[in-house]
Write a protein that binds this ligand. Structure first.
Ligand SMILES: NC(=O)c1ccc[n+]([C@@H]2O[C@H](COP(=O)([O-])OP(=O)(O)OC[C@H]3O[C@@H](n4cnc5c(N)ncnc54)[C@H](OP(=O)(O)O)[C@@H]3O)[C@@H](O)[C@H]2O)c1
Length: 248
């Protein structure tokens, strides 16, 4: 068991990659706090995870919510937090000519501000050693038509992981990011993309299929566990070959 007795916090743990991470962490012996904004979704997820999971409704972009989340986590399980997965995020189509600065900022506020709050408010509650994993995206390094806000937000997440890693290296706190390519999760339900567009994306993946959330969770488990103890400030690509293999 790679995470025996560990207490982990997974933001956005009610669905998709976050839920798969929580499921894998529990199977590896961890106690897990999952968060999100939708109480019913979180409750259903926690019931599936069993008694070692605690749902806490919290907006990752709210300092107050995140402080309350960590206080609740530590109070409930009576130990400090040794793994934080800053996974909560949204994706939107934001064509420049139709997207106001306010709409652009909303994506940045959740995807970047939310990660910042998740990490900053964790600090007083962290065990030593601790591992923090920020969920970025392949989109951090690839300009994508109609997704400038999302791409910029994920580039910022990769950058934050490196600066956090530098700031916390002497505190025995490791920070890495992970960049999935395309994973089969509910995030696509919100994008207003046609089946044909999604199929087109799948066809350019060298492995010719999207990832299952469990495949991303396996890589996050590696970064969370002692198996990666000599890694900090790294971005790990888990993308079926998309970032490393030319389509030609
Ligand atoms: N799926 C992919 O292809 C892919 C690829 C690269 C990166 N990613 C990244 O992976 C992460 C997880 O996404 P997913 O694909 O698993 O999609 P998902 O199922 O939609 O998961 C996102 C989760 O984040 C939560 N969330 C959103 N905004 C939040 C906020 N302000 N505060 C707290 N929780 C919030 C959502 O719950 P509530 O709605 O209840 O708040 C949801 O459970 C995201 O950061 C995404 O950008 C996904």
């Amino acid at each position: 068991m790679l995470l025996k007795h560990a207490l982990a916090v997974v933001t956005g743990g009610g669905s998709g990659i976050g839920f798969a991470v929580a499921e894998r962490f529990v199977s590896e012996g961890a106690r897990v706090v999952i968060s999100g904004r939708n109480a019913e979704k979180l409750q259903r997820a926690a019931e599936k995870l069993g008694e070692n999971a605690l749902p806490v409704v919290a907006n990752a972009a709210s300092t107050d919510d995140m402080q309350r989340l960590y206080q609740t986590a530590v109070g409930h399980f009576q130990c400090n937090v040794s793994v934080v997965v800053a996974n909560a995020g949204i994706s939107r189509q934001t064509p420049v000519r139709e997207t106001s600065v306010e709409q652009f900022s909303e994506v940045l506020n959740i995807n970047v501000g939310g990660v910042y709050s998740t990490v900053r408010e964790a600090l007083p509650f962290l065990a030593r050693p601790a591992s923090i994993i920020l969920v970025a995206s392949l989109a951090a390094n690839q300009g994508t038509k109609n997704f400038s806000a999302y791409c910029a937000s994920k580039a910022a997440v990769v950058s934050l992981a490196k600066s956090f890693a530098a700031e916390f290296v002497d505190l025995d706190i490791r920070v890495n990011s992970i960049s999935p390519g395309v994973a089969n999760t509910p995030i696509f339900d919100t994008l207003g993309m046609s089946e044909a567009q999604l199929l087109q994306w799948s066809n350019v993946i060298p492995m010719k299929r999207p990832a299952e959330p469990a495949e991303i969770a396996a890589a996050i488990l590696f970064l969370a566990s002692d198996a990666s103890r000599y890694m900090t400030g790294t971005d790990l690509a888990v993308d079926g070959g998309m970032s490393g293999i030319s389509p030609f």
